[in-house]
Design a protein around this ligand. Sequence first.
Ligand SMILES: [Zn+2]
Ligand SMILES: [Zn+2]
Length: 86
Amino acid sequence: MPMRIDRNQRVARRLLRIEPQMCWRGCGRVATTVGHNPPRALHDHTPNGECCILMPECARCNYGEGTRIARIKKRARANANPSRQW
Ligand SMILES: [Zn+2]
Ligand SMILES: [Zn+2]
């Protein structure tokens, strides 16, 4: 289980360089960035708020997340409103 890290992203990133952690999403990669739990795309994020906690996250999960969730939402909308009659 990855440990919870400091809310200060700059401090957290420095810590990750000194003491590498595994990505909290369990993808098996080493975390090099700081991610939000729950993911930012899934909640109204307020900076310095208590809406989420920072977790060690790999760049792939961190930067790939926004586009992936947007794609899932798009697909869900498309399914809800089928444009084609079979
Ligand atoms: Zn948040
Ligand atoms: Zn990851």
